[in-house]
Design a protein around this ligand. Sequence first.
Ligand SMILES: [Zn+2]
Length: 114
Amino acid sequence: MREELILQSEKRLEIEKDSLEAWLTAHSNPVSLERIDKKDVPALQILQVNQSNHSIIRERLEDVNAALARISDGTFAICQECKNEIPEERILIMPFVNRCLICQKKVEEAKKYK
Ligand SMILES: [Zn+2]
């Protein structure tokens, strides 16, 4: 029943993985902070943006890889907290999610009060 959804998500995840990896390869050697003139504000800003992009892209790649791993072990689209199926609409928007909306909200609430 969900085979179509899983196949479709797997394709999207593979494409996303390729483009994320391509981005990381293209930006694999960001100029180090030491080599930049500290008065060169635009260069510093670009470096900062690049570094934060790097961590965002890397995190996203980890999420994508984890989702692909869940496809192989058969736990894809199943909420890791409550073990219910994650609704199809949610998977279509974000194929790498591992929680249903209710559990996701609970986790975010819990984080807020830490
Ligand atoms: Zn859940």
